[in-house]
Design a protein around this ligand. Structure first.
Ligand code: PGA
Length: 253
């Protein structure tokens, strides 16, 4: 059966020392809490990955990158390859976050390359999809999300698709304090699962973890996570303080 996951996305926050201290504090908080019912992931800036992985027990807290290059290696100044990410001990990589798509021009075609390279290096992609406010208001949200999945992921084999975690993150809810209602989120998650089932069959769809992201916090996590097709969250702002992040994790019952 699919896993429940709560993943923190630090984005461009925390210097190295702050990142290590946070990870160690989180590890203590999780060890002291027997109610943690999900896999916990922290997604750090590239330069923190190796040190954070070494500072904690990565069997208890998984570490993720927030991106990787769309090329395997070579003369690509400033880029970080999937192989480099994997060599730090990270097990996951966030791909296709809306900030990458909108600020850095990442297209479905680029994300397809990144996904293939991540999988070839045994990194599990946390693949983000989601519509803008205008797309929802013009009732295009289902088409937009379906196209993002089809274009980037539907040439994968069923075995490779089975390694993907999806994160539905409506762009209008990210960092805005505007959360999708649990009904809106559940409706989209069920649609995503059906889209996967139509392509890869019910078993693959039922085994795919689909996370919700966008202003998820300790106050709304429980309601969101109790929806049948919501298997956890990708958490930005509320993942930056241990108490807040533990509050979100506690929403998974
Ligand atoms: P937020 O970010 O929780 O701050 O809205 C979520 C995300 O961007 O992954």
């Amino acid at each position: 059966m699919r896993k429940n996951i709560v993943a923190g996305n630090w984005k461009m926050n925390k210097n190295l020392q702050e990142g290590i201290a946070f990870a160690q504090e989180l590890q203590v908080a999780i060890a002291d809490n027997d109610k943690v019912k999900c896999e916990v992931i922290i997604s750090t800036p590239f330069i923190h990955l190796a040190s954070v992985s070494a500072a904690i027990d990565t069997k208890k807290i998984n570490v993720a990158a927030q991106n990787c290059a769309d090329k395997a290696s070579g003369a690509y100044t400033g880029e970080v390859s999937a192989a480099m990410v994997a060599s730090t001990g990270a097990k996951y990589v966030i791909l296709g976050h809306s900030e990458r798509r909108s600020y850095y021009g990442e297209t479905d075609a680029i994300l397809k390359e990144k996904t293939v390279l991540a999988l070839a290096n045994e990194l599990k992609p946390i693949f983000c999809i989601g519509e803008t406010k205008e797309e929802r208001e013009s009732n295009k949200h289902f088409d937009v999300v379906k196209t993002q999945i089809e274009n980037a992921l539907f040439e994968l084999s069923a075995a490779d698709f089975g390694k993907i975690v999806l994160a539905y993150e409506p762009v209008w809810a990210i960092g805005t304090g505007l959360t999708a209602t649990s009904a809106q989120a559940q409706e989209m998650h069920a649609f995503i699962r059906k889209t996967i089932a139509d392509k890869y069959g019910k078993e693959v769809a039922d085994n795919t973890s689909i996370l919700y992201g966008g202003s998820c916090n300790p106050g709304n996590a429980k309601e969101l996570f109790s929806c049948p097709d919501i298997d956890g969250g990708l958490i930005g702002g509320a993942s930056l303080k241990v108490a807040d992040f533990m509050g979100v994790i506690a929403g998974m019952e």
